[in-house]
Design a protein around this ligand. Structure first.
Ligand code: TRP
Length: 338
């Protein structure tokens, strides 16, 4: 018999991890974190703090612990609702490390050697080219494959790692029969790239030695406006989006993302006005946009018990999910059940 009632569509699953290495910049916020809250409506989202990944470079233990808690509070402050999205801390779920081992036994030395991030990071930390830095992509593959997501949002720097995840998943499926869902990259719709305010040819980065180059999402409103007033522009006097005007283009991008106005509207709004007025206006909308994030962060930071309750719940739920996948994998490779 023909079934005419359409099946309710299962929400697709989206997974992303973030390293607890300090407060996000306006660039991270606009490029990624700002959208995470909205994605929760459309997708079943899984967000975790990748603390296991963080120790591939040397960390100060006390600082790592503090930043992990801060990072969790920040995710909530940015609109992630732990009742809606699975939100947890990677090291709380042992299955990540366990699956990573199995995957590393199905990944070739040559494949890992080709990872450009490994090459970059081992050049940057030449005194600590550890095995974890080398096998990092297998841990990332485990993070992903445990939860069977349909999509993983990836920036340019993680694209190669997702490719490897797909290769290893396919290889495993071919060897042992269907086990893993092979995830697709998710390219955000409005993927604006935010540049440094001090050197608008470089990406905004929290490791910039010039603090005027980046906005931290917890900066005070006064500091935000001041940094924008110092933003490097050009020697012309026209507020227009054009090649060769990197500084103005960057400010226009930021203003556009936050206000929803397009470049034409912005050009009209500031026709005949000076760069000073424009910079102040951009600074003010950014300060206003980040106000709730900063206020929420302060509120959550004071309530450690709530944060703890949320990440514990997250870990328990993640654990159940991850265990199921891991057990299937162990069975496939021939491990004798306990
Ligand atoms: N490697 C990512 C980064 O450095 C963080 C990360 C770890 C991740 N595991 C992941 C991202 C799984 C997406 C999916 O930014």
């Amino acid at each position: 018999m023909e079934n005419t009632t359409p099946k309710p569509e299962r929400k697709k699953v989206m997974l992303s991890g973030i390293q607890p290495t300090g407060v996000f910049t306006l660039g991270n916020y606009i490029g990624a974190v700002r959208n995470w809250g909205n994605l929760q409506e459309e997708y079943n989202c899984i967000y975790f703090i990748a603390d296991l990944h963080a120790i591939t470079v040397r960390q100060d233990p006390a600082k790592l612990k503090k930043q992990t808690m801060e990072c969790f509070a920040l995710l909530l402050a940015c609109g992630i609702d732990p009742e809606k999205s699975l939100t947890f801390i990677q090291s709380h779920v042992p299955a990540h490390a366990e699956l990573s081992w199995v995957l590393s036994c199905h990944t070739q030395f040559g494949e890992l050697s080709r990872m450009t991030q490994f090459k970059d990071k081992s050049a940057k930390h030449a005194d600590n080219v550890n095995a974890g830095l080398f096998t990092y992509p297998d841990l990332m593959a485990a993070d992903i494959l445990l939860y069977k997501p349909d999509f993983v949002p990836v920036g340019a720097d993680q694209k190669q790692h997702l490719e490897l995840t797909r290769d290893v998943a396919n290889r495993f499926n071919n060897l042992y029969g269907n086990t893993f869902v092979v995830p697709e990259p998710y390219i955000p719709k409005a993927g604006a790239k935010i540049m440094s305010l001090a050197d608008p040819t470089k990406k905004m980065s929290k490791s910039d030695e010039n603090v005027n180059g980046f906005i931290s999402i917890l900066d005070d409103p006064g500091v935000i406006v001041k940094k924008f007033k110092r933003a490097v522009t050009d020697s012309e006097m026209e507020i227009a989006y054009r090649e060769g005007k990197d500084g103005i283009n960057n400010l226009m991008t930021i203003y556009s993302v936050i206000t929803g106005k397009n470049y034409e509207q912005i050009e009209q709004e500031f026709a005949g006005k000076g760069y000073g007025d424009f910079k102040t206006a951009v600074g003010e909308v950014v300060a206003e946009e980040l106000r709730p994030v900063r206020e929420n962060f302060e509120r959550y930071s004071k309530d450690k018990a709530y944060l703890q309750e949320m990440y514990r719940k997250g870990a328990e739920q993640a654990e159940r999910f991850a265990r199921r996948t891991l057990e299937k994998v162990y069975k496939k490779v021939g491990f004798l059940p306990r």
